[in-house]
Design a protein around this ligand. Structure first.
Ligand code: 3PG
Ligand code: CO
Length: 555
């Protein structure tokens, strides 16, 4: 096999404690009242910025810089952490699915053949996030898939939709459901019996992540598989409309619903002999459902029935667990990540976040791989997130607890790398609550301070960055950058991520005074960070990594 040994850096020493801090959803944007990072009291991050240009710079965190199809694609945590950890830019799942659909290769693969075996006598169920956000799924991919499967023999199709309002504006779900219903009606004209069968809001139904709250998945199971939900409607458009009006829920938190026929019977339970495809390409919020659909032995909730189905994911979601075992498109092969290299080179690593972001700084960081490379060299600590709440209610989240764990890991001197994700800017930013997001940003800044203080005490080095933007812009804007208003004259809240670059700061007493950011990588992005971190540990990065962003000046 290939060598794991990294070359020594010619000038930088080994053995320093390096804190790697990722602020989730923390971009750089012009200062104004909708920039929560600007409005919030953030003295630590402000002071780092004073180190520009030698010790503070911006890096690209969206679009092609992180392997997304175009530069109109906002960044997200999956592709951001993949790039940070892997040090190279991979064509990401969204792009691989685009290619497989465009070429039609998706229908030649083992995964499609497997689900096709059910088309003659069973129903094909498609389950996933319904929006054009492009973070977990994309409407146009679903549309192409519907067309393709019906041309390849699917005669009865049921779609189970999770409404978004998080990667896209709240209130847009109604339009997406209308579009989908029109498409399904057209299939009817071609002799395919296709309709929406169940649904619910993505944050309340099905799409939990990192085992934060299995009840979310249970609600989804009951609606999609058992045809059982507290709300029953004869059309999905009516479901979304009425639930928004009558339960006051937004798109993200819509309660579960099932579609019933005139006799009150669910139109699309999942039963023996059916095929199921989860059409999200992104893993984190599909893994739990995938386990429920695939694992014979399962004790996370009572499934009541465990139908014998042919199940395939749009992608394989977990390369280590090989989950699911059948999939339509092969995932990006992210290999030889910085974490694996460093462990092979004696760098002891500690990683920590709270549940809702824990897998970001472990699973995504390590190239969509769960578990340790070497448990003797690594420790991953998960702080339980508050569950069953919206994060604007507790905007400080577990930032303090994460920082305390990092501080203790640094002061304990057992680890060379102490890596954290601070979720506040992102998780609270997604709620669209500006006041709460300001509190969130301060909490993240306080956490950075605690970690930097510990680095100061041990003579270590810090690298502070972010995975993508969110909290730095909370309003939708027109092409000129002016805030958009709704018909009542209120601003239109932006709950999603942004296209903004993110800060990257280095420093600490362990960093040689001659170290500074190079000037010849002006377009540097998140993928350049891995080589930079390897240098800070005293190693040269592998030659196929994106170049380091630092140099050592000769005085
Ligand atoms: C989510 O899953 O919460 C959002 O769709 C994306 O947020 P993240 O990329 O910051 O996790
Ligand atoms: Co986010």
């Amino acid at each position: 096999g290939l060598e794991w040994k990294l070359a020594d850096h010619p000038k930088l020493p080994k053995g320093k404690t390096v804190a790697v801090v990722v602020l989730d959803g923390w971009g750089e944007a012009s200062p104004n009242q909708y920039n929560c990072i600007h409005v919030a009291d953030t003295p630590t991050m402000d002071s780092l910025k004073k180190g520009a240009p030698e010790r503070w710079r911006l890096v690209r965190a969206h679009g092609t810089a992180v392997g997304l199809p175009t530069d109109d694609d906002m960044g997200n945590s999956e592709v951001g952490h993949n790039a940070l950890g892997a040090g190279r830019i991979y064509a990401q799942g969204v792009k691989l699915v685009d290619i497989a659909l465009a070429s039609g290769k998706i229908y030649d693969g083992e995964g499609f053949k497997y689900i096709k075996e059910c088309f003659e006598t069973g129903t094909l169920h498609l389950i996933g996030l319904l929006s054009d956000g492009g973070v977990h799924s994309r409407l146009d991919q679903l549309q192409l898939l519907l067309k393709g499967v019906s041309e390849h023999g699917a005669k009865r199709i049921r779609v189970h939709v999770l409404t978004d309002g998080r990667d896209v504006s709240d209130g847009t779900s109604l339009g997406f459901v209308q579009t989908l219903e029109n498409d399904l009606a057209k299939l009817h004209g071609k002799g395919v019996d296709a309709q929406i069968a169940s649904g619910g809001g993505r944050m309340y139904v099905t799409m939990d992540r990192y085992e934060n709250d299995w009840d979310v998945v249970k609600r989804g199971w009951e609606a999609h598989v058992l045809g059982d939900a507290p709300y029953k409607f004869t059309s999905a458009v009516e479901a979304v409309q009425k639930l928004r009006e009558e339960t006051n829920a937004n798109d993200q938190y819509l309660p579960p619903f099932v579609i019933v026929n005139g006799n009150g019977k669910p139109v699309g339970q999942i039963v023996d002999g059916d095929a199921v495809v989860t059409f999200n390409f992104r893993a984190d919020r599909m893994v739990m459902l995938a386990k429920a659909l695939e694992y014979e032995d399962f004790d996370k909730f009572d499934r009541v029935r465990f139908p014998k189905i042919h199940y395939a994911g749009m992608l394989q979601y977990d390369g280590e667990l090989k989950l699911p075992s059948h999939y339509l498109v092969s995932p990006p092969e992210i290999e030889r990540t910085s974490g694996e290299y460093l462990v092979h080179n004696g760098v002891r690593t500690f990683a920590c976040s709270e549940t809702v972001k824990f897998g970001h700084v472990t699973f995504f960081w390590n190239g969509n791989r769960s578990g340790y490379f070497n448990p003797e060299m690594e420790e991953y600590v998960e702080i339980p997130s508050d569950s069953g709440i919206m994060f604007n209610v507790q905007p400080k989240m577990k930032a303090l607890e994460i920082a305390e764990k990092a501080r203790d890991a640094i002061l304990g001197r057992k680890f060379h790398q102490v890596r954290v994700n601070l979720p506040n800017g992102d998780m609270v930013g997604h709620t669209g609550d500006i006041e709460a997001t300001i509190v969130a940003c301060k909490a993240a800044d306080d956490a950075v301070k605690m970690i930097l203080d510990a680095i100061e005490q041990v003579g270590g080095i810090y690298l502070v960055t972010a995975d993508h933007g969110n909290a730095e812009d909370m309003v939708k804007r027109n092409k000129k950058g002016e805030p958009l208003l709704d018909k009542n004259g209120n601003i239109q809240i932006l709950t999603s991520h942004t296209l903004q670059p993110v800060p990257l700061a280095i420093g600490g007493p362990g960093l040689l005074p001659e170290v500074r950011f190079r000037k010849d990588v002006p377009d540097g992005g998140l993928a350049n960070v891995a080589a930079t971190v390897m240098n800070l540990h005293g190693f040269e990065a592998p030659s196929n990594y994106e170049p380091t962003l630092i140099e050592v000046a000769d005085n």
